[in-house]
Design a protein around this ligand. Sequence first.
Ligand code: NAD
Length: 555
Amino acid sequence: MHSWSSGLSPHPGPALPRGQALLNDPLLNKGTAFTEIERDALGLRGLLPARVFTLAEQAARVLENLRKIKEPLDRYVFLTNLQNRNETLFYKVITDHLEEMVPLIYTPTVGQACLQFGVIFRRPRGLYVSIHDRGRVAEVLAHWPFNDIRMIVVTDGERILGLGDLGALGMGIPIGKLSLYTACAGVHPAYTLPVMLDVGTNNATLREDPFYIGLRQPRCTGAEYDAFVDEFVDAVRHVFPRALLQWEDFGNTHAFHLLQRHRQRICSFNDDIQGTAAVALAGLIGALRITGGALRDQRLLFLGAGEAGTGIADLFVAALRDEGVPEHEARARCWFIDSHGLVVRSRLAGLAPHKVPYAHDLPAVPRLDEALEAFQPTALIGVSGTAQAFTQPILARMSALNRRPIIFALSNPTSKAECTAEQAYGWSEGRAIFASGSPFAPVTCHGQTITPGQGNNVYIFPGIGLGALISDAREVSDAMFLIAARTLAHLVTPADLSQGRVYPALSQIREVSREIAIAVAAEAYDKGLSRSMPPTDLRTAVQESMFEPQYVPYV
Ligand code: NAD
């Protein structure tokens, strides 16, 4: 009987396959690392070349081949093929080289991969559930070869990064996020399931594309859409009763109400709203360790009033409430500009519900520079998906208003960032405290090398998910995101700050995820949100649950 290498392990399942079937199973395959004894015992003799390699030697070969490839998208395809062949080796390469690999399997390259998903598509990964499956969604879920799923990332592809409606091509995002759950938080890959809910697409170009892989029809909406998602949630509860659901890259007409509608029905959270909020709040707290300012004195001007923006503001307000600041005062410290200008009371009739709490009694102002002048913010937060919206005059004015202006250009992928790291530092005489959603290389400004932090929810969701999973949480509460933000901010070292970085290095992410998981699980136990008894030593339990990519002997 085989077992998983380490980590919180799924049930071993049926007997170990043999021969070619074993080589074809990416979770079990070791390729040229099968030992002599295994080759004899498992019918592999002759199916592999004679030399037996170690995992380290295989990883070195992969790296050498990978680095010969020039284009990031080709590297993505190379890594996807490896993942489909040998997951242990894939995760060995990823976890040992996180700074190099995360941008390839996630933003920015995953954005390019989604755009090309139909072209680079070789073999399916995850489950595609279409609106035509209504009435038999549970049956479709039951086709998945593993029955003990704990972590599902689901999208309907409507708002993929800042790239808009990519329909079924958006599947690249759940796949990438779940790879990060394994790489960054050690959730065993057999526990994870990416799901695409295909309800059509309003992207006419895709619908007309002969190679488009999804339903070539406009999106279904309204009651039919809601009934479909309801059925999906019920089916998950039935088929995978211990699964945590992460809502991912839904358009904002659905994202908020799906979260409200389902978060008590199934343990779930929306990463774009809540995960982004925690990472941005952590960045603000980190930035204040540089400026010496207090959270309650900050004035945040957001460009973009969608899931990310209002999610960040809601968590900021929750943090201030915790400090005793009245809610209306905290909300007054957040101003929003959306595609129609400043969010103000005179626009109330046409505003989406998530913007209403931030519709202040102010004159309507159409432009960012005017709002900047009126509000004089301490922090400018870009979550609009609008490239280059933070222009030179805007950043120069922020720098005149603040000794250390906080500039977060969080839109993804890189091509959608509101400004680049070089622009933020260059146009602020090196004084900006800058973070971006996608990574930027270090910048040398006035003789000083500054390393921009990546304000990306990859710092948050793996730890939140692992914490919820360990504690068998019934619910992912808002308080857990506040705790995650504070934990992350606490892990930023003086050395990080001295380089201008308000987040830990990406290479620290497994430690970050572990600490967040411990804090989140502790909160679940404390608040009665767990369905299991707390372990005697939570830290050890979390540590031991984390999957390490290693081969274990099968015989
Ligand atoms: P969303 O569609 O919910 O909201 C986008 C908002 O931007 C809307 O309010 C829209 O009116 C506004 N907007 C669009 N064009 C504008 C313009 N020219 N001027 C002013 N406002 C404009 O999307 P979202 O989920 O909030 O995501 C927005 C961006 O944030 C995306 O690019 C996404 O990739 C990024 N994001 C980054 C992270 C991260 O970890 N860094 C996390 C989540 C989202």
